[in-house]
Design a protein around this ligand. Sequence first.
Ligand code: ACM
Length: 637
Amino acid sequence: MKKIISSVLLCLTSAIAFCQTNNADIAIIPQPVSLTKTTGVFSLPQTIVIEAPVTQEMKEVTRFLKERLSVATGINVTVQNAAPSAAIQLLLNKPQDAVIGKEGYNLSVTSKNIIIKANTAAGLFYGVQTMLQLFPKEIESAVPVANISWTAPAVEITDYPRFGWRGLMFDVARHFFTKEDVKKYIDNMVRYKYNLLHLHLTDDEGWRIEIKGLPKLTEVGAWNVKKIGYFGTFSHPAPDEPKTYGGFYTQEDIKELVQYAKERFVNILPEIDVPGHSLAAVVSYPELSCTPGADKYRVRSGEPIMDWSKGAPPIALVDNTLCPANEKVYEFLDKVVTQVAQLFPFEYIHMGGDEAPHNYWEKTPAIKTLMQKEKLKNMVEVQGYFTRRLEKIVRSKGKKFIGWDEILEGGVEPSAAIMSWRGMKYGVKAAKMKHEVVMSPTTYAYIDYMQGDPIIEPRIYAGLRLNKSYEFDPSPDSVDAKYIKGGQANLWTEQVYNMRHAQYMTWPRGWAIAESVWSPREKKNWNNFFNRVEKHFERFDVAEIKYAPAVYDPIFTVSRTADKQLKITLASEAPGLDIYYTFDNSFPDHFYPKYTSPLIAPKEAVMLKVITYKGMKPVGRLIAMPMDELKKRADKK
Ligand code: ACM
């Protein structure tokens, strides 16, 4: 008894991590609101009966659960409408449980049965996701696995989300991803209780959605010349190079995707990015440009089209904007938005608004005339005029308008929602102005950024490690929480050519963001999260979903000593790792020197090789860091 009391006391008085060690075999992401481990385990019986409402909304929930419980185990699973003695019961609450809301659930696992209760089918779906995470990782296998004890620990869980908007953005414009790819992306996001897929459907590199009556958008605008290398540095495509790279979704494809997402309780937010990022539209219909000669433009492959050296807004080298002074542009947008509104049932349409260059507008006589007529003082106000007209179009179709945070600058209607990407500050500002806000800041949520050292990661201009993503709090204390709808991570795909790499970029940072938008703030704990991340790496290995192991890689920091020697500090992002290194070009392992304090490199060393271990097991990738690279970093001002 004394032992139990002292354990409870310890649990109450020490870090969450101690309590979690008692639940060491439980690794749920995102962390539930409350989880109590009870005694015993539930074992899957020889044949499984699931009681579940047999409704249209529950069809995918039960199909999915049946598949997960039968494929790896070989167990026969049936679903019945009423089976009070069923081993697994999914029950809709009558009356409603006010605590768990629209998406929450209660999950009870005992040695006798598993019962999930929720107010909605979505809540049951999320309860099922949690339940599956209680079973051994082999449950993720696509083929039967023998000799596994198919048990789940007894628990009582009450769970519901912190935010209603839990999103991932997938840029299908820079590289086209097929309908089947997008479905796979949805399959993986719902494991972690994401409920919103933001599809970035248009950009300079491609227009990806069929619009009836505007055939060139997809005949011309969906195709470019394939280039491989570093995006942004490609040579300009020659006129005779074949424009065969790309693709688009027909309206039937879109309907199929919307339905697929809906069956998994995911809304799709469509984005048509205007007035900037519109080269694919301009190439399709050059009359939408302010600039004579736009008919000579090509859909971009990744050649330089923007000069960022003077900051934002950028200086365009080709005019990739729609012309705010051209009535044809508003007719075009009306046509596009009308069809987008019909295809996507979600209440919002995202109309972009980011990074629009103004230098071509400055040279345009029609813009000068517009400015005089509308009393617009500068180009920011010209963009504001465009945005307000666009918002009216969106609202006229019965939809709400959302855009990137630049739309705040030109004076936007109070009804517009703001997606804050340039850090948190524009989201905070917008919330103070009483706009609805979705936080997706570069600082925490840009999952196109490198997640480890640039010496090993595919190169992109910025980095974002897992532990930083995990610090994401969409609703900081400085704002009134009622304006914050939630948060999302953004996967831009300039450097993402295929689905395996899209997965690599999304996970594990997608877990950090999932926990940031679902779990109570006070439940977040990096060390505890990381323990669970490792378990989910194992689950993804079984499921054959790719993830980045970058969190195991060492972090290099360099400086010069007073006498100009190179001083190298090594650290590990993942807790509890040992770092082994060598300067002699051979491959380090745990027989090599272990890093304990900053290193002074031998004068003529050419390479520092480093690897991390967890106990006796190598976990990080071997990193070969040229000394010249370290010198460059140390001497960078
Ligand atoms: C953005 O990243 N340009 C929204």
